[in-house]
Design a protein around this ligand. Structure first.
Ligand SMILES: C[S@@+](CC[C@H](N)C(=O)[O-])C[C@H]1O[C@@H](n2cnc3c(N)ncnc32)[C@H](O)[C@@H]1O
Ligand SMILES: [Zn+2]
Length: 150
């Protein structure tokens, strides 16, 4: 398997495979130092783009330093992320042909309340945001509550 970084139609740069990938293969590990949320906030507070991956302990993020950090989000992805004993891997969820861009569903669940994290994946079923379905519903409910009555 050979992965390369190239310009992407989804966003800036993305990761492509130059060889065929079998379904269920691990395509990359999301490597990088582990930071607490407050450490990450201090470093990236004013940064428009980050390479952070939230771990399931809800306390730490991986500050991506490898190729996996360049994989874009898609609402109809060909990969998924998984956490195994604290390590984050990206796995193919279907057969992937040479030349295809790799993408997984970020399912974002936190972030700036005023940032809709708009999605430009172009999939037929694009939900318009990189947030998870659950997070989108919760944000909608919160926005309605916040709206001042006329
Ligand atoms: C980990 S980086 C991915 C690599 C990025 N394309 C680059 O060139 O640095 C994650 C950032 O890419 C952008 N991104 C990834 N997928 C996207 C999508 N489907 N729609 C819009 N922006 C996306 C967002 O700004 C996100 O915060
Ligand atoms: Zn989308």
């Amino acid at each position: 398997m050979a992965l390369v970084i190239r310009r992407s139609k989804i966003h800036a740069d993305g990761v492509y495979t130059t060889t065929a990938i079998k379904r269920r293969s691990i395509v990359a590990e999301y490597t990088g130092p582990r930071l607490s949320y407050s450490e990450a906030d201090a470093i990236y507070e004013h940064s428009p783009r980050t390479y952070l991956f939230g771990l399931s302990d809800g306390e730490r993020v991986v500050d991506g330093d490898g190729i996996a950090a360049f994989i874009n989000h898609c609402c109809d992805p060909n990969c998924e992320s998984d956490e195994i004993k604290g390590r984050v891997i990206i796995r193919a969820i279907r057969k992937i042909a040479p030349g295809e861009e790799l993408a997984y569903d970020y399912c974002l669940y936190d972030g700036d309340p005023d940032d809709p994290a708009l999605c430009h994946c172009g999939a037929k079923n694009c939900r318009g945001s990189m947030y998870s379905e659950k997070e989108i519903r919760e944000r909608r409910t919160l926005a309605k509550k916040r709206k001042p009555r006329a």
